[in-house]
Design a protein around this ligand. Structure first.
Ligand code: UDP
Length: 245
């Protein structure tokens, strides 16, 4: 966001975006549930150029004991980018950005998980970004939603996320890397799709109030498209299990 656009980069022309999409079109998405054997639940998501794994471990006893909450489980999402996931090698380990993303995703997931059912417990959600191409927090949260459902963690709803934003004055759905770099706004949104309750909303850049309303509406529509794919991925896994048995 806010990087100076090179002369030869055209973000929007003839109602088409730099990767050929229409303003309200989402990138191709593939979701697979239950891809890891040892984790309690897992998911793999390809979303445009993003490749992301999510693994759930728990509920387990929260340790050390002083971090326990006697009324509910604590949700620890940890977002991590592999060193090889970005153009210039990323220094391994947590940084300001990944700590922020881990925090906002943890808080979003806490809103849908029935944490009161597991006092003193911890639920770990590991999100590993293997390839990054903008929108990784949305793709990561979406993968986490499927992994939590796959782990059988009781939830009010399966959380899902999608971003909207603005390039060259136009409100668009699901920004790709160039749009993220040179665009005017990027707004990741996560919802509980049964009620459209907002679980996460961030914004980088600027939107007018009208643009904000339009972008929010578009992001929620995007979330519903992705939500259908999450459910299909979960159904597919359990259909396969039934066939084997
Ligand atoms: N990115 C990068 N190096 C970093 C962090 C991010 O190249 O250390 C890239 C990566 O492709 C990421 C994009 O910048 O997806 C946008 O990052 P942002 O912080 O907006 O989060 P995201 O859109 O991935 O949720």
């Amino acid at each position: 966001m806010g990087m100076k656009k090179p002369e030869d980069v055209v973000l929007f022309k003839d109602n088409k975006r730099i990767d050929g999409r229409k303003p309200n079109e989402i990138r191709p998405i593939k979701i697979e549930a239950g891809v890891l054997y040892r984790a309690d639940g897992s998911a793999y998501v390809e979303w445009g150029g993003n490749k992301i794994l999510a693994a759930v471990y728990g509920p387990r006893e929260a340790l050390p004991k002083h971090i326990q909450d006697p009324r509910r489980a604590i949700v620890n999402a940890r977002y991590n980018m592999a060193a090889f996931s970005v153009e210039d090698r990323k220094r391994p380990g947590p940084d300001r950005r990944s700590i922020e993303i881990s925090k906002v995703i943890s808080e979003a997931l806490e809103r849908v998980i029935l944490t009161e059912q597991f006092p003193r417990a911890a639920i770990d959600v590991n999100i590993e970004v293997l390839d990054a191409d903008a929108g990784t927090r949305c793709a990561g949260l979406t993968a986490a939603g499927v992994a939590l459902a796959d782990a059988g963690i009781p939830m009010r709803d399966i959380p899902v996320a999608c971003a909207a934003g603005k390039v060259e004055g136009k409100v668009i759905l699901d920004l790709c890397k160039e749009e993220d770099n040179y665009g005017e706004a990027d707004m990741p949104v996560a919802i509980a799709p049964l009620t459209d309750e907002i679980l996460l909303l961030q914004m980088d850049g600027h939107l007018t109030y009208d643009e904000f309303e339009k972008a929010l509406d578009l992001a929620i529509k995007g979330c519903h498209i992705v939500s259908d794919m999450q459910k299909k991925a979960l159904l597919k896994k359990y259909e396969e299990v039934l066939e084997v048995e």
